[in-house]
Design a protein around this ligand. Sequence first.
Ligand SMILES: Cc1cc2nc3c(=O)[nH]c(=O)nc-3n(C[C@H](O)[C@H](O)[C@H](O)COP(=O)(O)O)c2cc1C
Length: 466
Amino acid sequence: MLPHNTCSIIQNASRAAIPKVPLQYTTQNFHLSRLLLDQGMITNVTLGSPASNNPSTFLGTDEQHRRIWLELKYRSNRPVLHSMSVISKPSKRVWMEKAEVKRWVNGARIKGVSGLKLGEIGYLKTHGHGWLEARDAARRNLSGEAMTRALTFRFFINTANSNMVKVAQVEYSTYGHIYTLGDSINKGLIESGVQVDRFRIPETLSIDALNKMGAPKDLRSDIPLLEDVNKLAEYDGLIFGFPTRYGGRPAQVSTLVDRTGGLWAKGALSKKTCSFYISTATVHGGQEITHTNNISFAAHHGMIYVPTGYIAPNLFQLDVNGGSAWGASTIAGGDGSRLPSAEEHEVARIHGKHFGSVTNQFGIGAEKLAARKAGDPAAAAGTEGAVKSAEKREEGVTNEQNKSANEEPKQEASKEKQDKAASDEKQDKPVEDSKQENPAQDNKEAQTKEKTGTFKKLKNRISKIL
Ligand SMILES: Cc1cc2nc3c(=O)[nH]c(=O)nc-3n(C[C@H](O)[C@H](O)[C@H](O)COP(=O)(O)O)c2cc1C
């Protein structure tokens, strides 16, 4: 259990603009400090004594009086850490199951604990994985005890730096079927542990035209409109939902798609995952072709198209229902009176979950690659590796001998990696050299360069038009 006064000590010091604050040296305080540092809420953590944050004083101080010193962070004279509060108390411990953790980080109230808001960080104590930031625990499909939460000032929030893999769910619907089906897609995405932002594609028809079509007004106005198409570039995955128009997409969706030329010129959507869910009026009105007709949009942007295959058991049943290997769909009926069935909702939930987990796979892969490039082998091995190495660091503080014993195998492992990289490099070399000696290859390269030049010019021209 977190010492009862830890949160108030940090919060009060932060609000009083005090640069450094000491906490009692306990395992729980240590884990919390480390996570606050990882999340950029504070600038530094050192070990010391009640009088000083000098680490050399730590071991000389008796255990009871050892301190963890936090250096607090301020920007524009405001504390970055605005407030902190304890969640689990001795009188009421709050344990969250895996699904509850995922819902909590997406803003749902769990066991009387309000959902995490934008700019808020939750900390969980998990079984076997120690203390983790709640979004990290959700992504890794872990349950845990909700220990504490910390809120930063909203104007410091930069969601682009959030460590969660992010999906934009982008929809257009005239009569509402897509939004209803989209609720189950959304549920599945949340279950997968990604952060989901849901958007509506703006209407392009006049009110008059919509009235003539009998389209309801202000459908799902709770979902924000995607006004700025460039926002798509902020996400790791894009999932689009729309009704069919003669086996293709509606003009409203095409308007959005046609505005992505600038993003295409920059390759800004390249390597993002992409999927579709759709609706038709009739059974054979374009259930599959509406999916396939839109794959070229994903392909031209270099996105990774994600179909579902037959992972949803309902796809094998023979009653009239939407859904196929391409993804979720529903059948609205000629007059729009049919609502998505329970089976279609289930396919949609599974589609959302599958898309989220595939996006997570790519997102986490990218994170590991970046960590590898930055030379952090623990992070490159995954967050688990980072946590383990942090725990080793903690042990090291209290036992210098253990530290060196622990670090030896790690150094060995990284040396092994370096050797392997060097030998891989050597193997690559002769291929490169032989390329240079081959005149046919030279000629080919010259042609490729020429093509790339023309392509760049075309890109520039399109960027100017847009
Ligand atoms: C111009 C137009 C073309 C359409 N083309 C088809 C079609 O080819 N096949 C079909 O089954 N339904 C077609 N529909 C019906 C829509 O797909 C149906 O209204 C929609 O799936 C309902 O979804 P929503 O409630 O999300 O708008 C068309 C509707 C319009 C307005």
